[in-house]
Design a protein around this ligand. Structure first.
Ligand SMILES: C[S@@+](CC[C@H](N)C(=O)[O-])C[C@H]1O[C@@H](n2cnc3c(N)ncnc32)[C@H](O)[C@@H]1O
Length: 432
């Protein structure tokens, strides 16, 4: 298969015109899957019957080599991406040759675009790769209004600071328009930032900063503790925060810092699907609240199905279930009202100037794929979590957990293939 892929890439063949790159990616992915099949046949034959997602999740345990397992997962995910067309990628290919030569954006001379730090040399981790797959999900259309607002607001030479940039999905959408502004990606997760670095290392418009957790002070570093000098004098024109503001435990302090680094006419563009909006219709979901519903439904399923007898026993221990509820709330934080956010912006001296709300069709299967990356948080009580029990669940328990999640989701969404999830958008202008 690899030989066939190599032949496609190296020879010019008019019959394969337009499809050779994708065909080569398909062949390489099949070759990788065949190698994994061989590995599982030798080490754990039951795994060959499981989904690729479950296989990649179990790989670090069975390979005993996190680096190699991470690279395999990354290669499979990158090949899978290459096997599918993304509209925004096509647009980039069409636009970039004509525009790239005219690019002039430059970071200030004393600014280090990629700090030489340990996180940048780490292997790419599976959790980040899994998160990154949401880029292709329909519900990630939630970025569209933010992309449009930033494109309208930013001019050449401006700097956007994408706070909680994650794996850089917002940046990749902005960059498809080949803008001439800089994007500084800031995140508290070195794992996510590492994947973002992998994607944009060669794009001079993108810079990276890790804000670390300061254990003694029990807080995450402020952005102005990791950027200094000319970049602050140059001024940050906009701060974006997408799908993350509901995670900040000291929101007023975070916003106050945004205010400090913004230039005089700068603005914040924040959005989240986990804000309770008072005018949201009752049938719209707060996306993280689906998790508690899935958990409750899974408890009902294991109680009724003798195949899950073992797991049902565990659900009858109230203390154990409380411990797993606390674990779930660490992954999926309790939802806060819109007023909480408006007050936090007000307190920080950066009052909100615009609020809007939009609902998106979230595909149940895609939401399942996303949640499966956090199966420990959703249904940790099925098979147990290492951080609670001291030992990891076996592959069978992970398979059961994933299958239960899927079944429970079908019931929660009453067999529908999609549900409506509401997103709230906030804008705050420093100049007003
Ligand atoms: C759901 S992801 C969203 C990533 C990205 N903005 C997007 O829309 O795809 C949430 C991100 O927030 C980051 N995060 C969580 N708490 C944070 C904090 N207090 N300060 C900075 N980043 C934080 C996480 O590391 C993660 O990358």
């Amino acid at each position: 298969m690899l030989d066939a892929a190599h032949a496609l890439i190296s020879k010019s063949d008019t019959k394969a015109q337009g499809i050779w790159a994708r065909a080569a990616a398909h062949l390489c992915r099949q070759a990788l899957e065949a190698s994994l099949d061989k590995l599982w046949t030798a080490r754990m034959p039951e795994m060959t019957e499981t989904s690729m997602r479950a296989q990649l999740a179990c790989l670090p345990t069975y390979l005993d080599n996190d680096d190699l397992a991470g690279r395999i997962a990354y290669t499979w995910s990158a090949l899978s991406n290459a096997c599918h067309h993304h509209v925004y990628e096509l647009e980039r290919q069409r636009l970039s040759p004509a525009l790239q030569w005219s690019m002039t954006f430059q970071w200030p001379s004393d600014f280090v675009r990629i700090p030489v730090e340990e996180w940048g040399r780490r292997p790419i981790e599976e959790l980040a790769l899994k998160y990154d797959t949401v880029e292709a999900h329909g519900w990630y259309r939630n970025l569209e209004p933010t992309v449009a607002a930033l494109q309208a607001f930013l001019n050449d030479d401006d700097v956007l600071l994408d706070y909680s940039a994650g794996t850089g999905i917002l940046a990749s959408r902005l960059l498809t328009g080949d803008p001439d502004f800089g994007i500084l990606l800031v995140d508290s997760s070195p794992k996510f930032l590492r994947l973002a670095l992998e994607k944009f290392r060669h794009d001079e418009r993108v810079a990276f900063r890790w804000v670390r957790y300061l254990r003694d002070e029990k807080r995450i570093q402020f952005v102005d503790e990791v950027i200094q000098g000319e970049i602050l004098a140059h001024g940050i024109k906009a701060v974006s925060s997408t799908n993350a503001i509901h995670l900040y435990y000291d929101l007023p302090a975070t916003i106050a810092c945004w205010k400090r680094i913004l230039c005089r006419d700068g603005a914040v563009f924040a959005q989240s699907g986990n804000i309770r909006h008072p005018r949201a219709p009752a049938e719209h979901w707060i996306i993280d609240e689906t998790v508690a519903a899935v958990h409750e439904e899974a408890v009902r399923i294991v109680a009724a199905d003798p195949n899950y007898r073992l797991y049902a026993e565990g659900t009858r221990e109230p203390e154990r279930m409380k411990t797993y509820e606390r674990l779930r709330r660490k992954f999926f934080l309790p939802v806060r009202d819109l007023d909480y956010y408006l007050e936090a912006f007000e307190t920080a001296g950066l009052p909100v100037t615009d609020v809007s709300y939009t609902a998106y069709d979230a595909d149940v299967e895609q939401w399942y794929q996303f949640l499966s990356a956090y199966h420990e948080g959703v249904l940790g009580w099925v098979g147990g979590s290492e951080r609670i029990e001291g030992k990891p669940p076996g592959p069978k328990a992970i398979e059961d957990r994933l299958a239960l999640m899927r079944k429970a989701m079908d019931r929660v969404f009453e067999g529908n293939t999609s549900f409506l999830a509401g997103w709230t958008y906030l804008r705050a202008d420093k100049g007003r």
